[in-house]
Design a protein around this ligand. Structure first.
Ligand SMILES: C[S@@+](CC[C@H](N)C(=O)[O-])C[C@H]1O[C@@H](n2cnc3c(N)ncnc32)[C@H](O)[C@@H]1O
Length: 289
């Protein structure tokens, strides 16, 4: 796996603090019983594994390619490669930009284990200086999963992400949902925090919040269209899965299958998609005429 040149790295929240927030699962109280801690099916989401529906949408975009040349993916904030490695296994040429050396080391290991190292390039760097790291018009697909919540200026980051896209290319964006966090905090009895997330302009729980912002659907689509993109898909990732007690799911494959079906049906239906833990959008840069 190639490691490209290094850009100054910003002092941003590290993955572990993020990981809990990613699934919008409330952190357990310090004295919580083990049973109150995030159950396994939630941990898989909060660790950034990504849901089946998001994977399916991204996979479809790759499979819809019309040229024989390798599909070029740029995964900004790609971390340890949970998206990059499966895409490399599909034959894509993937560049991951991430400031965390630890995440990039995990990416290298994961790529090696999947025998796709030659199709994965790691670039240690920050979305804020993306233009110095990757060429314009170089990617057929750009992933921005879990980063718009932490960059200093999401509009500036969006402009840089769009610049990396070839005309006609696709951007896949995954962000933490504000409404889900309100619900989760309220259901955990953290009413003041829920109110704060709802009323804070950026959807934050005070200055110690590891995320700089959370999004509602309107904010997300406005950000996408303001940079000239055409939104093709908006869906909720994990609408009810994080709200269900783990005891209701344990040991029943029929219930798990029904939950998957419910998630798929709810993911594009208003108002349910608005309360999803994460909001996912795919948007296209119009082809030049
Ligand atoms: C929540 S993780 C998401 C990882 C992966 N994209 C996913 O969906 O599972 C956020 C990632 O963004 C990286 N990151 C944080 N700030 C960044 C920035 N300014 N530019 C690029 N990546 C950043 C972190 O190192 C981390 O790997």
């Amino acid at each position: 796996m190639a490691l490209a040149r290094i850009c100054p790295v910003s002092l941003l929240p590290d993955v572990p603090a993020w990981a809990l927030e990613w699934g919008v699962v409330s952190p357990p109280a310090p004295d919580a019983e083990p049973s109150e801690r995030a159950p396994a099916h939630r941990r898989s989401v909060s660790e950034g594994a990504g849901s089946a529906l998001v994977h399916r949408a991204v996979r479809r975009a790759v499979q819809a390619r019309t040229t024989e040349s390798p599909y070029r993916v740029l995964d900004v904030g790609g971390g340890s490669g949970v998206w990059a490695v499966p895409l490399a296994e599909l034959g894509c040429s993937v560049t991951v930009v991430d400031p965390s050396p630890d995440a990039l080391a995990s990416l290298a290991r994961r790529a090696r284990e999947a025998s796709v190292s030659e199709r994965v390039t790691a670039v240690q760097g920050d979305a804020d200086c993306l233009g110095e790291l990757v060429a314009d018009d170089a990617a057929d697909l750009v992933l921005a999963h879990g980063i718009l919540e932490v960059v200093d200026d999401p509009l500036r980051a969006m402009v840089a992400l769009v610049a990396a896209l070839v005309p006609g290319g696709l951007l896949s964006v995954l962000v933490a949902g504000r409404a889900a966090t309100v619900l989760h905090r309220a259901l955990a009895g953290r009413i003041a925090e829920a109110l704060q997330v709802l009323t804070d302009p950026d959807g934050r729980v005070g200055v110690s919040d590891p995320l700089l912002r959370r999004f509602d659907l309107n904010e997300l689509t406005t950000l996408l269209t303001s940079t000239g993109l055409e939104v093709e898909l908006v869906q909720g990732d994990t609408v009810v899965g994080d709200l269900i007690p783990s005891s209701a799911l344990e040991g029943s494959s029929a219930t798990a299958a029904a939950l998957a079906e419910l998630e798929a049906a709810a993911s594009t239906v208003a108002p349910l998609r608005e309360i999803a833990s994460r909001l996912h959008a795919m948007a296209r840069l119009p082809a030049k005429h």
